[in-house]
Design a binder for this molecule. Structure first.
Ligand SMILES: CC(C)(COP(=O)(O)OP(=O)(O)OC[C@H]1O[C@@H](n2cnc3c(N)ncnc32)[C@H](O)[C@@H]1OP(=O)(O)O)[C@@H](O)C(=O)NCCC(=O)NCCS
Length: 188
C-alpha cells in the first residue's frame, strides 16, 4: 500500500539527499548517462525547489510530497502548476534508493497522485518529462497511464500546457528539447 503526504519545510534537505546524494541520482542525472543535466548541489537545489514547494499555503502552485510504503518513507513525488495553464500539473518522482525500484511503488504513487490532484484541485491534465534515455521511468509512466507524445508533436504539447511567458524557461525540459521525452495523461 502506497501513501503520500505533503513534505514540510523541515524536510527540504532530506528530499535533496534523496534526489541528489542517493544511489538513484545517477539513474536520471549527471555523468555518465546524463551529462547535460548535472546533479544539483544543495545551493542549486534550494533555488530549483523554492520554499513554496514545502509550504501549506502555496500547495496550489506545487508541492513536494513524501511517499511511504506502509513500512517506511521511500522517496518523493513532486507536482508543479505555477507555470501551466489551468487544470494541469507537471509531475516528478524519485525513490530514495535502488532497493525500492522495480517493485511497482513508483507507478502506484503516480496513479494515486493523479487521483489526489483531480479530487483536491480539479486537475485533469498531467505532464511528465523524463530523459529519453530513462527507459525505466518511461516504462513506469506508461504503466501509470501516461502516453508518449510523438517527437514532432512535442512543441505543440508544450504550447498547450505551458503559460506562454514560461515557455522560454521551461519549454525544453530538464534534458534539452531533443533529449526530453514528453508524456501526458488526461482524465477528461
Ligand atoms: C522512475 C521510478 C520512479 C519508477 O518507479 P519504480 O517503482 O521503479 O517503477 P515500477 O517498478 O513501477 O516500474 C518500472 C518498470 O521499468 C522496468 N525496468 C526496470 N529497469 C529497466 C531498464 N533498465 N530498462 C527498461 N525498463 C526497465 C521494470 O521491469 C518495470 O516494468 P514492468 O512492470 O513492465 O516489468 C524509480 O525507478 C526511480 O525513482 N528511479 C530513479 C529516479 C528517476 O529516474 N526518476 C524519474 C525522473 S523523470
Amino acid at each position: 500500500m502506497i501513501r503520500f503526504r505533503h513534505a514540510s519545510i523541515s524536510e527540504k534537505y532530506k528530499s535533496y539527499e534523496w534526489l541528489c546524494l542517493s544511489d538513484t541520482a545517477q539513474m536520471h542525472m549527471g555523468n555518465p548517462d546524463y551529462p547535460n543535466s548535472p546533479i544539483p548541489d544543495w545551493s542549486e537545489f534550494k533555488e530549483d525547489f523554492e520554499d513554496f514547494y514545502y509550504l501549506e499555503e502555496t500547495r496550489k502552485k506545487g508541492s513536494v510530497m513524501i511517499i511511504n510504503n506502509d513500512m517506511e518513507e521511500i522517496g518523493c513525488l513532486c507536482y508543479a502548476c505555477f507555470h501551466l495553464k489551468p487544470q494541469a500539473a507537471e509531475l516528478d518522482i524519485w525513490l530514495k534508493s535502488k532497493e525500492y525500484c522495480g517493485k511497482g511503488y513508483g507507478t502506484n504513487a503516480l496513479i494515486n497522485l493523479c487521483e489526489y490532484l483531480e479530487a483536491v484541485y480539479n486537475i485533469k491534465n498531467f505532464i511528465i518529462r523524463p530523459s529519453v534515455r530513462n527507459t525505466r521511468a518511461i516504462r513506469a509512466y506508461e504503466k501509470a497511464g501516461f502516453k508518449k507524445v510523438e517527437k514532432d508533436e512535442r512543441q505543440k504539447t508544450i504550447n498547450d500546457y505551458l503559460i506562454p511567458e514560461y515557455i522560454s524557461e521551461y519549454g525544453d525540459g530538464d534534458y534539452g528539447f531533443e533529449d526530453t521525452e514528453v508524456l501526458i495523461k488526461t482524465t477528461e
